[in-house]
Design a protein. Structure first.
Length: 224
């Protein structure tokens, strides 16, 4: 049975994790893994993708938000103006909550030889779509953000207070039930996944939480 596909099959939830070995070619190549195939996933990464996730130590995590459409961006701007004018923000401006969130990890791996020490940097993206959990690998963050409407993305929070590897995150994804949890716009969407992952691997003072207040009334350092 082949687990390689050229289409993520966006739509109905499939109880799978999609691995994109090279974000640059994400529209052309992804590899599907079920929750029970954790060992197969790591074997594939090591032997086919040529990356040892245990060695990919996280240097920083970034929590990104991107509006789902131009209207959401406009409404957030209106919300800021209303707040500036001391008006109570209208309920309609809560539409700015129509956003997609995701996490990007920057890793640093040192390679020592007899004559020198070289450092390799990689980036890994973690997100939840409508049909699957998605994990991207890239040489630069733009390669990941290109698949998350990066031209609209804004940083909610960034931290270097992480002592984990990409392998640790992947073990958590496979064991936490995220792959088979399904998708629900109210209780099991991209925000729930990203928040759970972020809070699992950061100290408590770095945790994030959703807010249903207009953005200008939120602490953007902790809320999204």
């Amino acid at each position: 049975m082949s687990y390689i596909t050229t289409d993520s099959g966006a739509g109905k939830w499939e109880d799978i994790l999609l691995w994109y070995p090279n974000a640059k070619y994400a529209t052309e190549l992804s590899v599907r893994f079920e929750e029970s195939q954790e060992n197969k996933f790591f074997d594939f990464c090591t032997n086919v993708s040529q990356v040892n996730l245990e060695e990919q130590m996280i240097k920083s995590l970034v929590f990104y938000k991107t509006p789902l459409n131009d209207g959401a961006s406009l409404l957030e701007s209106i919300d800021k103006v209303l707040n500036y004018l001391w008006f109570t923000p209208s309920v309609v401006t809560l539409a700015y909550k129509l956003c997609h969130v995701y996490i990007v990890a920057e890793t640093e791996t040192k390679i020592e030889t007899e004559t020198e020490i070289t450092t390799t940097t990689r980036f890994f993206g973690f997100s939840k779509g409508c049909s699957a959990i998605e994990v991207y690998q890239s040489k630069d963050p733009e390669g990941i953000k290109a698949h998350q409407q990066f031209n609209r993305s804004s940083t909610i929070k960034k931290t270097s207070a992480v002592t984990a590897s990409v392998a640790d995150i992947m073990h958590w994804i496979f064991k936490s039930g995220q792959i088979t949890r399904g998708y629900d716009t109210g209780a099991a969407n991209c925000k729930d996944f990203a928040m759970a992952l972020w809070n699992e691997f950061t100290p408590e003072h770095e945790h994030v939480s959703p807010s249903f207040l207009p953005s200008s009334m939120c602490d953007t350092g902790t809320s999204f």
